[in-house]
Structures are given as C-alpha cells and as structure tokens.
Design a protein around this ligand. Sequence first.
Ligand SMILES: Cc1cc2nc3c(=O)[nH]c(=O)nc-3n(C[C@H](O)[C@H](O)[C@H](O)COP(=O)(O)O)c2cc1C
Length: 272
Amino acid sequence: MINEKSKTKVKEKTRKNANINATLKIINSLRSIHGNFSPKDISESHLLQIIDASIKTANSSARQCYSIIVIDDREQMQELIGYQGSRALIYCVDFNRLRALAKHLGHEFSNEDIIGFITGTMDAMLAAQTAVIAAKSLGIDSLITNGMHRTNFTKVYELLHLPETSCFPLITIVLGYPKAEPPHKKGRLSREFVVHFGKYTPPDTTTLEGIVAEYDDNQKRIGLIDNWEQEGFRHYLDWFYVKWMGNPPATKVPEGKILEFQEQLKKSGFWW
Ligand SMILES: Cc1cc2nc3c(=O)[nH]c(=O)nc-3n(C[C@H](O)[C@H](O)[C@H](O)COP(=O)(O)O)c2cc1C
C-alpha cells in the first residue's frame, strides 16, 4: 500500500521533472542494467546513431586516441566481460592509428607514457558516457563495465586481436533492452558532499557523519547492497570497507591483479 510519505515523494519528483528539459530528463532516468538484458536486439541504425554520438565527444588535441570494438556475439561478450546484451562497445585507449599515420607520412610519433595513457583514458571514458546517454535517448539501456579487467588480459588481447603495444582495453558499454525493470534506482551522495565551491575543504566530523547517514538511508539506496544490518554491520560503509574492499595489503609490493595491470601497461608501452 502506498503511504502518504511516498505519495508526497512521487509528487515532488513529478514537480521536479516538470521543470527540467528533455536532455536532463534522460540523464535523470539513467540506471544500470546489471547484465539482465533481454534477447531483443537493438537495430543497426540505432547502433550507428549511438556510435556517431559517442565519437562526437570532445577529445584531447583532436586525436581521438581510442578505438571502439563492437561485439555482437553474446557468448563472446560473456567470455570477455562476464555480461551479455545486444551489443558491447569495448573502448580501448589506442595510439596505433596515430602511429600508423605518422609512419605513413614519414614522421616520428610516440605518446606511450603515463600522460598519454591518462589523456587517452579521458577521451575514451567521455566517449563511452556519451554512448550511454545517446542510447537512453533512443530507449536503449546499458551497463558500463570493467568486467574485462576481471578476466585475463592475454585472453582479451587474443580474442579481440588487439595490438600488443600502444593499446589498452579500458571499459565496455553493454547495450540492450532490460528483461525486467530494476527493483529501484540508485541514489547518489548529495551535492554538498562531493562539490567544493571555490576551494577544497576536507570533510569534518559532521560531514563524515552526514555521508555515513546518506549511505545508510534505505530510501536513497546509494550503496551496493541493502542488507548490511542482517550481515551484522552497523553502517553500510562498515560492510563496504570490511567485506567489499577486504583487508588492504600490508605492503605495497604489487601482486595479483595489480601486478597483472602493471605488466600489461608495461607491455603496451604506457608504463616504463
Ligand atoms: C567504471 C565502471 C565500472 C562498472 N562496472 C560494473 C560491473 O562490472 N558490473 C556491474 O554490475 N555494474 C558495473 N558498473 C555500474 C555501477 O555499479 C553503477 O553505475 C552504480 O552502482 C550506480 O548505479 P546506477 O548506474 O544504476 O545508478 C560500473 C560502473 C562504472 C562507472
């Protein structure tokens, strides 16, 4: 049964929505589909519109130092990234095109260093988010995922035929239609906790308590799970630090995934 409080909330939301433009409405309506996509495919024309919008995104020095690999084989998606939908767009930081162009014209070119990597990452991530918004404007849902990084780099490079140097697979956007509507939308921290006007202000105790309370607010649903209390934790963030993040390593010696990342970045030339 809907109580008075939820009725007021719905009214408030409707009033807020009435005052915003179509683009902001689309942004406000975004929510991730965590792999629960239906078998229905998106059309080729929608896919091309999404890609065209994505590559229209601002980019550093007009270089567009990324490549997008489009995957339509659902089994391959599952193997590569652990999720499947109608299509997956895999965004890679990539300097191979610029390098080949330089060679073609008889120039020297090298941008494989940490600055090149960060710049390429910014180009690729911004283009990826544009794809998400463009897709939603066409009624298509998405999941942003770094699932690829949880599989194994050798497999990813092999299956996608990625160049070993000057290329690093960064992020995937899975596109499709949801099987079912997610049970709720995720909230975000309030503006005052993440934005600093004029100068950076470290959080004081009141702010920290405010943030802990926002994460605990089961109306806002910011966190990854809802049942931290049943799991024996006082606050969501207690669960987060203990269960989700695990114990931090005692030393800073790279091992496991960190070592795999470092080795792959070295192989690709971005990390010396
Ligand atoms: C870089 C990045 C990686 C993510 N990877 C995953 C993922 O592997 N699996 C998943 O289910 N969601 C993933 N997400 C989606 C987040 O979990 C989701 O955006 C967040 O919980 C907020 O929910 P909302 O997008 O529905 O508002 C990822 C999001 C980002 C930005």
